[in-house]
Ligand binder design. Structure first.
Ligand code: KG4
Ligand code: ZN
Length: 353
């Protein structure tokens, strides 16, 4: 089965061709970083205009790289939720028009859940890695989402928790801004925190726990604590001057922030594993995905958690951690194989359950 995937939910326009659900024949992504850089965040109207200009050239490029003609496609899959409504509409319109003109099925895919699928994809010409065993625990950490899922199978996922304020990637981006690092902040902060000599215990920053049993996340307290460590605590009667932001201190603050953010994510995974085993459920895989799973420290800690708890952890390859259309085509193939498809009335939805 050959499926074309289209993804336009935020600021990356992407198209991909996936064979039999897991083999990525091509995956092309046009980032809009340059467009939004000067605003230090995504401007929705600029994003949807750029998607409209780029989506068809990218589809052509993905087909050409895969050596696949339009007539060879079995279906078109599109990320139709959640995201910026104007951006989603561009992808949904393009995918619906293609599916209609080819007389092929159209499948709408939840972008956040598709991130969890990225870990089972493999490149054309390489042998497939391990498949997911179910039930699985899923962690999505991206710029817009931070959620935990119980994954019964690829088509049945239940959200166990989500961030109550900032997404993890958003917190990395804001922390990077506080430290004066360029946009997009997450990868730059990761690099700085990994410099030789970086001390992740130099500054004590809070690891959010929330209620005793909560599987939700919160990153805004950590972000504020970092701000105070840089600028001093406002309104304190005898404020301790935080000291100048020397290159060494900036590096140590980056490492301390990254330590606390990763510790919070691992803590919630441990809690979810404990809560499940108390109910007699053993998760057989930990699925992960989203831009922040490219973070070097988080990757190490997730693998360490997996070996501590004897649960295999599926980490997507770096290219498929961030937004891409291969994960959309892949999960779309699973829905199609199960006989599911959406009509041409498929709508774009800004939110998800
Ligand atoms: O999944 P993604 O491409 O887009 C959304 O669906 O949101 O994730 C983008 C997010 C950004 O916040 C970016 O800073 C973050 O992922 N990110 C990282 C790293 N690489 C990307 N955060 C921390 N460390 C990284 N290496
Ligand atoms: Zn995403």
């Amino acid at each position: 089965m050959i499926v074309l995937g289209i993804e336009t939910s935020c600021d990356e326009t992407a198209a991909a061709v996936v064979l039999d659900g897991r083999r990525v024949m091509s995956s092309v992504v046009a980032s809009q970083t340059d467009l939004h850089e000067k605003y230090a965040g995504v401007v929705p109207e600029l994003a949807s205009r750029a998607h409209a200009e780029r989506v068809l050239p990218l589809v052509r490029e993905a087909l050409a790289q895969a050596g696949v003609g339009l007539g060879m496609l079995d279906a078109v899959a599109v990320g139709n939720r959640p995201g910026l409504i104007g951006s989603l509409l561009v992808g949904v319109s393009a995918a619906s028009a293609l599916a209609w003109s080819l007389g092929k099925p159209l499948v709408g895919i939840d972008h956040v859940r598709a991130h969890l699928y990225a870990g089972v994809l493999h490149e054309d010409g390489e042998s497939p890695g391990p498949d997911a065993a179910f039930p699985a625990l899923g962690l999505v950490v991206s710029g817009g989402h931070t959620s935990l899922y119980e994954v019964t199978n690829w088509r049945t996922m239940r959200r166990l928790g989500a961030t109550i304020d900032d997404a993890m990637g958003e917190a990395f981006d804001k922390a990077a801004t506080i430290l004066g690092l360029p946009y997009p902040g997450g990868p730059n902060l990761d690099r700085l925190a990994g410099e030789p000599g970086a001390n992740d215990t130099a500054v004590e920053l809070p690891v959010s726990r929330l209620g005793k049993d909560s599987l939700d996340f919160s990153f805004s307290g950590l972000k504020t604590a970092l701000l105070y460590a840089v600028q001093g605590v406002p309104g304190e009667r005898a404020p301790t001057p935080p000291g100048p932001l020397t290159p060494e201190r900036r590096r140590d603050l980056a490492a301390s922030f990254q330590w606390a953010a990763c510790a919070a994510a691992v803590l919630k995974l441990e809690r979810a594993l404990d809560a499940a085993s108390a109910r007699g459920t053993l998760y057989r895989t930990i699925l992960t995905g989203g831009g922040v799973t490219s973070n070097s420290r988080l990757r190490r800690e997730l693998l360490a958690l997996g070996s501590r708890r004897a649960v295999p952890v599926l980490l997507p390859r770096l290219a498929w951690c961030v937004d891409n259309a291969a994960m959309i085509a892949g999960l779309g193939s699973v829905r199609l194989a199960a006989g599911e498809a959406d009509g041409l009335g498929l709508s774009a939805q800004p939110t998800t359950a």
